[in-house]
Design a protein around this ligand. Structure first.
Ligand SMILES: NC(=O)c1ccc[n+]([C@@H]2O[C@H](COP(=O)([O-])OP(=O)(O)OC[C@H]3O[C@@H](n4cnc5c(N)ncnc54)[C@H](O)[C@@H]3O)[C@@H](O)[C@H]2O)c1
Ligand SMILES: [Zn+2]
Length: 349
């Protein structure tokens, strides 16, 4: 099947293109090559390429000719440098998705796989011994400054046990990027209802692997650690390093896209967590990378960022059952590869 991969020149999109080709599809890359992401000559994946912006209806309509499905990866990612970035996020991510969906409806393309994100959940799943599953709000500055990083029960203040978040957990987007990722899902669900199409949102957890952008304001924590090691410095770990995450290899994320295209039957919208199923702390990631790289051991700084959540780890069993997908890259193997893999160079300025 001919599949349009929006954002196909990006970190994850490039790997999606490779996975689709391996699965026998014919991917077509559609990417605006945003200067913030591609400051120099972009390294394009081996596929047909259309330079275009998802907000440009005519360009999207042209690219959709002969296409059977869309893998929508294009988005502005990360937390943004300041609040002035908000219109850019909403424009690229939500207006862009709206234009894409309208053109898909017009062209009769009925299958969408959308790059979702675990950021739609906010904090992960927590259980109080007395009050069961509870939803702690954002952490207070005073607690963070005093080194009290673990969220407490909002009802009794007791310590909580963190667990795996499932797709049925309520959405709780805590920043602009997260809000736009959630809106993308709602738009996809509305499109599916209105057109009888099928939409799948794959809520990627912390993706890492070859081609990840290095040290930019938008990069993930694994890339910050790797970039520090490359400069000969120790990776610096925020809080006490005990933040739990689900680090999933980009190859597994790409294969989940291919599986979703094949397995998606029926109609309507479904969301799936895409994680490794094996939580690790941020401190463990830093130590494993430093070890594999052969660099200095991580330094735990106690610094914090207000927008960060403490723990967020995935229950990916729904994707395993419904999509016939499972992660294949073990943490130790993925980190060893990532320690040496090429990264995408940062944007200038
Ligand atoms: N990296 C992660 O850990 C992670 C986690 C969860 C979800 N995601 C999602 O995965 C997708 C891909 O992320 P990535 O990490 O590969 O980011 P990336 O920045 O490497 O790639 C995004 C690509 O989309 C393109 N793009 C952006 N806006 C566009 C527009 N308006 N029109 C056309 N192209 C546009 C960019 O030029 C870039 O090539 C995004 O939707 C992101 O929200 C990423
Ligand atoms: Zn309680």
């Amino acid at each position: 099947m001919r599949v349009l991969v929006t954002g196909g020149a990006g970190f994850i999109g490039s790997h999606v293109v490779t996975a689709l080709t391996a699965a026998g599809h014919e991917p077509v890359v559609f990417d605006a090559l945003l200067p913030a992401v591609h400051p120099g000559e972009p390294v394009l994946p081996d596929a047909e390429f259309v330079k275009g912006d998802v907000r440009d209806a005519a360009a999207v309509a042209g690219a959709l000719r002969g296409v059977g499905a869309v893998c929508h990866q294009a988005a502005m990612v990360g937390l943004g440098a300041d609040f002035g970035d908000v219109p850019g996020y909403v424009s690229c991510n939500d207006l862009g998705t709206a234009v894409l969906l309208a053109e898909m409806a017009r062209a009769g393309v009925t299958l969408l796989v959308q790059a979702g994100s675990m950021v739609v959940y906010g904090e992960g799943r927590y259980t109080c011994a007395v009050h069961g599953v509870v939803r702690p709000g954002p952490r207070a500055v005073a607690d963070l400054a005093a080194g009290r990083f673990e969220p407490c029960c909002p009802r009794c203040g007791a310590g909580l046990v963190s667990g795996l978040v499932s797709e049925d957990a309520p959405a709780d987007p805590r920043n602009v990027y997260a809000t736009t990722k959630l809106a993308q899902e709602h738009l996809a669900a509305s499109w599916a209802r209105a057109t009888g199409g099928r939409a799948v949102s794959l809520r990627y957890h912390n993706v890492y692997g070859p081609g990840m952008p290095s040290d930019t304001p938008y990069a993930g924590v694994a890339s910050f650690f790797r970039s520090a090691l490359e400069r000969g410095q120790a990776p610096t770990v925020f809080e006490d390093g005990g933040q739990r995450r689900d680090f999933v290899h980009v190859g597994d994320v790409a294969r989940a896209n291919a599986a979703a295209l094949t397995a998606a039957g029926g109609e309507g919208h479904t969301a799936y967590n895409v994680g490794s199923g094996e939580p690790h702390t941020v401190g463990e990631m830093a130590a494993a990378l430093a070890g594999a790289f052969g660099g200095p051991a991580p330094v735990v700084t106690g610094e914090y960022r207000l927008g960060d959540v403490r723990h967020i780890t995935a229950d990916s069993s729904r994707a395993r059952e419904a999509l016939g997908w499972k992660p294949e890259v073990e943490f130790a193997d993925g980190v060893a590869e990532f320690a040496r893999a090429p990264l995408r160079s940062p944007a200038a300025g």
